[in-house]
Structure formats: C-alpha cells, structure tokens
Design a protein around this ligand. Structure first.
Ligand code: PGA
Length: 227
C-alpha cells in the first residue's frame, strides 16, 4: 500500500488551535486507523508551540511542519526564523510555495532554504507549478531523496477549480523521470473531501497539500477519510 501524505497549510490564518484540535480529536476517533496516511499540519510560526503541546497532550497522530524558513543560518537577521530555531517543533517545512514566489522568492533563495532544511534534518516539501522549477533545484533534489515535491498549478490554488487528476498524474510522472521513481509527489490546489480520492487514486500521486479546506477540522477530516 503506498504512503499517502495529507498536509494542511493554514497559511496566514489565525486559527483557534484548541477548538480545532478538540474537534479533530472527536472526529478522528470515528476513523478506524490512519494506516498508510501521514497527516502533517503546517500552522503559522506563532501557533507551532501551542499546537505541539496539544498534539502531545492528546497523543494525536499528527506531525508538524512550518510554512517557510529563513535562507540564513542563525545570526543577526531581524524577523527571520531559521531552520535551526524551528527544528525542535517541526519535522517538515514547505519551501517555494507559489504565494511566496509571488512575493519575490527566487530559485537562489529556495536553494539556500533547501540546504538549511537539510542541515537541520527537516524534510522539505518543495512546491512547484512547472517542471522548470524542478530543474532549477535538481542538485538539491538529487542530494536529498526525502524532499517531497508538491505540484500546485497556479490557477488551481484557492480557486475552487482543481487540476484534472490525470494531468496531475502526468506531471508527477515527469517529475519522477527527472528526479527518480521513488520520489513522493503530492498534488495541491482546491482539494476537498469530494475530490481528494480522485488524486490519491492516481498511481504517481502520494498525497495532497490542502489550504482552504484544512482551516476547519471537519472538512479536513473529510479529506483524510476519503483519501
Ligand atoms: P487551496 O490551497 O487548497 O486553498 O487551493 C492549496 C495551497 O496553496 O497549498
């Protein structure tokens, strides 16, 4: 059975973490088991500590990720959060999300972030919308087989119009041709409870990155259940 990653990206939303976790806990109890599913929550930095506490306290099968890290090593960089600083909180980090690329994130910056994550032993989830972005990080991908690739077509993000599962699968095949058959490739963009299975059923897709539908525990559980 292939491994499925279900990743929540809360973006810059101020979730009431305790309520979200309480609701999640009730709903997850109705599921038999997560089996082959790995569930990762990527909250804003400000919520990491509280979320980590609640996950441990309730013994939930959730892992944590950050939405970004600094491209710098620790030092005099006002306002930055380095990989070294967050490694005690997270196992994963989203790098190169298109919303950050739109704010000016460059391939050079992404390259530095991938290297910082590797040094801190944090697994990157590299978001791409085209194959050129895979080519640009080819060396990092070759050097770190654990990097997850998330294919997120720009027009599908937050629009309610997901890509077709077949096209997403074709993209994943192309990624694997470039950076290895074993590579885990996720799909992201308007994933919901009623379409997730179409993506996870594709042979070359190992999971989903979920924005809007992860903000409420109920809709996120629906995605886990149907994946
Ligand atoms: P969405 O966001 O699920 O709201 O489309 C996905 C993402 O940006 O990762």
């Amino acid at each position: 059975m292939k491994q499925i990653f279900i990743v929540a990206n809360w973006k810059a939303n101020n979730i009431l973490v305790k309520e979200w976790v309480e609701r999640f806990e009730v709903q997850i109890a109705n599921l038999d088991s997560l089996n082959n599913k790995k569930v990762i929550i990527c909250p804003p930095f400000t919520l990491l500590s509280e979320l980590r506490f609640l996950i441990h306290q309730r013994n939930l099968e959730l892992q944590l990720g950050a939405q970004n890290i600094s491209s710098f090593t620790p030092g005099p960089y006002t306002g930055e959060e380095t990989a070294e600083m967050i490694k005690e909180f997270v196992q994963y980090v989203i790098i190169g999300h298109s919303e950050r690329r739109a704010m000016g994130e460059t391939e050079k910056g992404i390259d530095a972030k991938l290297k910082e994550a590797k040094k801190a032993n944090i697994i990157p989830m590299l978001c791409v919308s085209k194959l050129e972005e895979i080519e640009a990080q080819h060396t990092n991908l070759q050097n770190d087989k654990r990097i997850l690739v998330a294919f997120e077509p720009l027009q599908a993000i937050g629009s309610g119009n997901p890509d077709t599962p077949e096209h997403a699968n074709d993209f994943a095949i192309s990624v694997r041709k470039i950076v290895g058959d074993e590579r885990n490739v996720l799909y992201g963009g308007s994933v919901k409870g009623d379409n997730v299975n179409l993506f996870t059923a594709q042979e070359n897709i190992n999971g989903v990155l979920v924005g809007g539908a992860s903000l409420k525990a109920d809709s996120f559980i629906e995605i886990i259940k149907n994946s």
